[in-house]
Design a protein around this ligand. Structure first.
Ligand code: AHR
Length: 312
């Protein structure tokens, strides 16, 4: 069972006198940078001493950081796991040291006994929402889709792919013709989109782009423009995150839809830790954040203004 939380609105529960280690993946996307900013802000507001480690996209750096947090005897550990596999050993070590571990924004394939809770969205659902939106948008028309996947082996890349396929299932007119990783970055998103365009008659054979995050979509939009096509019109663009820049693209008619992922994963995590510290209350194994669909009809300029400043 999961507790579903709405975006950024909640009152922080104080958890002073706590030292928490946070192993962050890196800063591959605007969303990731906002999550880092908000985690630091939320810690400060609650009087938590946060030890921050940037893993530069490498799991081995995350494992080293976790071991260092364990050696320092922190009260708890937050980790945004870059990939889903390979965590058992270090999670066992944290468990043996009685240090609760909370997963932020991504899941792992380890046993649930090895961590306290996971604060994530329903990553499969996000992909499904994107797929269903596209199926509705396209109607009966034949539509060749290209897909930019997130980091290989990461839970959002696996789950968003699966969800999207579920979302378009039953619509034989919709076909994924190319799918490749863009590693959740703008640069890679642009690069891979350029290769898709080249391979598909300069893009004439492509009807839609599905990107596992907005940053890759923003990079791809640039590639589509440089190929002389109109993103949002010639090629529909649907992605995930709801970072401010995608709303600018929507306002200009260059992106069509995005599914929101709150960058405030740390707030609910710190609340769970505060409750646990107070009287031993265990949180549910999954604290689920909301996934909301935005389209061009949702006043993108206003949403852009609203988002700016909320960690972005
Ligand atoms: O795990 C969440 C994903 O990681 C975000 O969608 C993406 O932008 C980030 O890098």
């Amino acid at each position: 069972s999961a507790t579903v939380l709405a975006g950024l609105m909640f009152t922080p529960v104080m958890a002073a006198d706590m030292t928490v280690g946070f192993s962050q993946i890196g800063s591959e996307s605007g969303w990731r940078a906002a999550e880092t900013t908000l985690t630091k802000q939320q810690a400060e507001e609650r009087g938590i001493d946060l030890k921050f480690a940037d893993a530069q996209q490498k799991q081995e750096n995350q494992i080293k950081a976790l071991r260092s947090f364990i050696a320092q005897g922190v009260d708890a550990i937050l980790v945004a796991p870059v990939v889903a596999t390979g965590w058992d050993e270090v999670l066992e070590e944290a468990k043996d040291a009685d240090i609760p571990v909370i997963l932020l924004d991504r899941t792992v394939d380890s046993s649930k006994d090895l961590y306290m809770t996971a604060v994530t969205s329903d990553l499969v659902h996000e992909g499904k929402v994107a797929g269903e939106w596209l199926a509705k948008e396209v109607g009966d028309k034949d539509c060749n889709i290209v897909e930019l996947q997130g980091t290989t082996g990461s839970s959002p890349a696996i789950d968003r792919k699966k969800g999207f396929e579920e979302g378009i299932a039953g619509h034989a007119n919709l076909k994924i013709i190319r799918s490749q990783t863009g590693d959740f970055t703008r640069t890679k998103g642009k690069e891979v989109m350029e290769s898709f365009l080249k391979a598909e008659d300069g893009g004439k054979n492509i009807c839609a782009l599905y990107a596992h995050n907005d940053d890759m979509a923003v990079g791809a939009i640039q590639a589509i423009k440089e190929a002389g096509l109109k993103p949002g019109t010639d090629i529909k663009v649907v992605s995930i995150d709801a970072v401010p820049d995608i709303f600018l693209a929507m306002e200009n008619g260059e992106a069509n839809a995005t599914v929101e992922l709150t960058p405030n994963m740390a707030g609910p995590a710190f609340d769970a830790l505060a409750a646990y510290k107070k009287d031993g209350t265990m949180p549910p194994k999954w604290i689920q954040t909301e996934s909301k669909l935005y389209t061009q009809a949702d006043d993108p300029k206003a949403v852009y203004e609203e988002k700016k400043g909320l960690g972005y």
